[in-house]
Design a protein around this ligand. Structure first.
Ligand code: FMN
Length: 329
């Protein structure tokens, strides 16, 4: 199936395995890309959780498939060391032939500029029109429309509403959130999206390095078992209601909320949260129930009931596309 997104990214199936800290490992990225979708490297996950050298990790993926892969750039200005390191990773990715970037949080302009000489394209995560306009102004090529059913940091709008709000911007739009079965994938494309990004579905795969307890929790959870917390990063994040989550308070207190909103303290607070959650999520993902089981997942858990090879998922989803949509290409 051809869409504006598949044409721009040079792939066959408009399906992205979204970046996931701490679940994206190189095996998962390679498997999705090899099957005709596109896997996206999450550099913190690759280097910090799975202990791969960044360049060597990319080369390993290249040794498995010559199909396109992507890279996630979380733009965070609170730490100079982080910023420099991210710039260096982007440079390495460009040198190693990565041409698709997904940016989140801050202003993506520097990534657009860095990618330009290499023919790279940048899609930015957005949850509403206000941020989409800023991203378009910064020169991005497409938008990842994060809706209210997404795993990780969810948006506030429903998929249909977000599409309606952003359609006139003239950019390819990717639906992120709530897709966990082939029928919903086809439905989002029929609705008018140019592609779908999935996270939760790809955790329950043979290749994903997450702990078996985490994968099992995704298989057993229903949509109503997903809770929102701002305790991990300072912004709402979807997690599974596990026994330890039931025990913790899910929302920040008044003082924390004040510090998160205050212009002077918000970056410091976010760094504090980010450092804490980077550690907690990593431990939970690799150690399973023996550690505090704080596992991110979206409402798409509802449609997920089997651990499958990632490539098989890409094939099943592609097969769900109705004939007339494939013919649209
Ligand atoms: C465990 C987990 C970690 C995530 N980490 C990131 C991340 O590091 N960067 C990012 O841009 N998106 C991240 N996301 C969002 C996904 O890339 C994707 O947009 C989202 O999972 C789509 O919703 P779904 O889980 O319902 O498929 C994460 C999602 C999950 C479930």
């Amino acid at each position: 199936m051809k869409t504006r997104f598949t044409e721009a990214a040079g792939i066959d199936i408009p399906l992205i395995c979204g970046p996931m800290y701490p679940c994206s490992n190189k095996e998962l990225v390679a498997a999705v890309s090899a099957a005709g979708g596109i896997g996206v490297v999450q550099p913190l996950s690759m280097v910090f959780v799975y202990k791969d050298d960044f360049r060597e990790g990319l080369r390993w993926i290249r040794s498995q498939t010559d199909k396109p892969i992507g890279m996630n750039v979380l733009i965070e200005k609170s730490s100079k060391i982080y910023e420099e390191r991210m710039k260096n990773w982007v440079q390495i990715a460009l040198e190693e032939g990565v041409k698709f970037f997904i940016t989140s949080l801050g202003n993506p302009r520097w990534v657009v500029e860095a990618a330009k000489p290499y023919g790279g394209i940048v899609y930015h995560d957005v949850t509403e029109r206000h941020w989409a306009l800023k991203a378009v102004d910064a020169g991005v090529h497409g938008l990842i429309c994060v809706n209210n059913r997404a795993g990780g940091h969810a948006g506030q709008r429903e998929a249909r509403r977000l599409l309606a709000d952003l359609k006139d911007l003239g950019k390819p739009l990717i639906c992120a959130g709530g897709v966990g079965d082939p029928e919903s994938f086809a439905e989002m494309l029929k609705m008018g999206y140019d592609g779908v990004q999935m996270g939760t579905r790809f955790i329950a795969t043979e290749e994903c390095g997450a702990h078996p307890d985490y994968k099992q929790a995704i298989l057993t959870a229903r949509a109503e078992d997903i809770a929102m917390t701002d305790k991990l990063s300072g912004t709402p994040c979807a997690i599974i209601k596990t026994p330890s989550v039931e025990k913790m308070s899910l929302q920040t207190g008044g003082v924390e909320r004040f510090l998160l909103k205050n212009r002077r303290t918000k970056y410091l607070m976010r760094t504090y949260y980010a450092l804490g959650s980077i550690w907690k999520l990593k431990q939970a993902s690799v150690k399973g129930l023996s550690y505090k089981d704080v596992w991110q997942a979206g409402k798409s858990v509802e449609g997920i009931n089997q651990i499958l090879p990632a490539g098989e998922i890409v094939k099943q989803y592609a097969a769900a596309l109705p004939e007339e949509m494939v013919a649209r290409s």
